[in-house]
Design a protein around this ligand. Structure first.
Ligand code: KG4
Ligand code: ZN
Length: 324
């Protein structure tokens, strides 16, 4: 029975998973209300809220799972990438908790956590596959080989897909968090009434780019000749087209025949629909595990070797990831 802890950004999360990979509980304490007034995540506020929330969130996860602390066989924690102050709260708590219980500590990479969230799907990917990770901080294509080893084969040259949604939402006067708000507005618009060029169209290098789209949207908003809902629909459509195109290109480059989709943006309905139409098996992360959560961290830990005690004591948080 593994306890997972995730505090890399603005959600304080704890989850319990059993040895068979069944999630016994997953609790996400959102800080959205604390950051909304500022239009985005304020790192200092995030760290302080994690301090308030981490112990009660862990407690809630154990209670919901019906598991006593003494039944835990390991504590898994996100050690990076993310906001360093936010990460340090989770890492410090996890170190103390694991030490107090006398169980091993497992350090998990947040991006690997998103990739492993696919193992929580009803029909998880089997064998080697390619994963599109689209979140607020990263947009990646991660190759997963037969042994489960991860290699990033594509990154964004500038903004992440979630960032494009969030910045686009702000340009359209929508409140934070922007992704779901922009998508909701887009649902009432017509994507045909305005057009945004698909980023990097015609280029076959494996990379993503979203900052040009954001500039195009800001110019369109300034011109004021389109309904906001139509602009949102066309903007979302361009983001989805870009993600789908690059995922297809990644499949062609690697020869992988199965695609996984994970991360906060994987919750986007038009993206889920578009990718489900590809002519290869596509595994979508369950909606509950697209956004940040600790179940994916605990699930990733099941496939990892715990840190030897001396390294557990010395575990540090890191803002960047080799996968990112
Ligand atoms: O994975 P995640 O929870 O946190 C990071 O690791 O960054 O991703 C958060 C991102 C935010 O940018 C948010 O706007 C976006 O995911 N997002 C969405 C949707 N739900 C969340 N973007 C588009 N459509 C959605 N339905
Ligand atoms: Zn994330």
């Amino acid at each position: 029975m593994i306890l997972g802890i995730e505090t890399s950004c603005d959600e304080t999360c704890a989850a319990v998973i059993d040895q068979a990979g069944v999630v016994r509980s997953s609790v996400v304490a959102s800080q959205v209300a604390d950051h909304a007034a500022y239009g985005g995540v304020v790192p200092e506020i995030a760290s302080r809220r994690h301090l308030d929330l981490v112990a009660p969130t862990v407690q809630a996860a154990l209670e919901r799972a019906g598991v006593a602390p003494q039944e835990l066989t390991g504590v898994a924690v996100t050690a990076g990438p993310g906001l360093i102050g936010a990460l340090l709260v989770g890492v410090s708590f996890a170190k103390g908790y694991a030490y107090g219980l006398g169980v091993p500590l497992i350090a998990v990479d947040h991006l690997a956590g998103h990739v492993r969230s696919l193992l929580l799907a009803e029909a998880p990917p089997v064998g080697a596959h390619l994963v599109l990770v689209a979140s607020g901080g990263h947009t990646l294509l991660v190759d997963v080989d037969e042994d489960g080893a991860l290699t990033t084969i594509a990154r964004s040259l500038d903004d992440a897909a979630g960032e494009a949604f969030d910045k686009g939402a702000r340009l359209l006067g929508l409140s934070y968090p922007g992704g779901p708000a922009l998508s909701a507005l887009a649902a009432s618009g017509d994507p045909q009434r305005s057009t945004f060029t698909t980023p990097l169209a015609g280029r076959d290098d494996l990379a993503f780019s979203f900052s040009g789209l954001k500039t195009a949207l800001s110019l369109a908003v300034a011109r004021g000749d389109h309904e906001r809902a139509d602009l949102a629909a066309a903007y979302e459509d361009a983001i989805v087209r870009h993600l789908v195109e690059r995922a297809q290109l990644g499949l062609a480059h690697t020869g992988r025949t199965c695609l996984g989709v994970a991360g906060g943006v994987a919750a986007n309905e038009p993206l889920r629909r578009a990718l489900s139409g590809l002519d290869c098996p596509v595994v979508l992360a369950p909606l509950a595990y697209c956004g940040d959560n600790a179940a994916m961290v605990a699930r990733a830990a099941l496939g990892q070797t715990p840190l030897p005690p001396i390294e557990a004591f010395a575990l540090d948080a890191h803002a960047r990831s080799p996968l990112g």
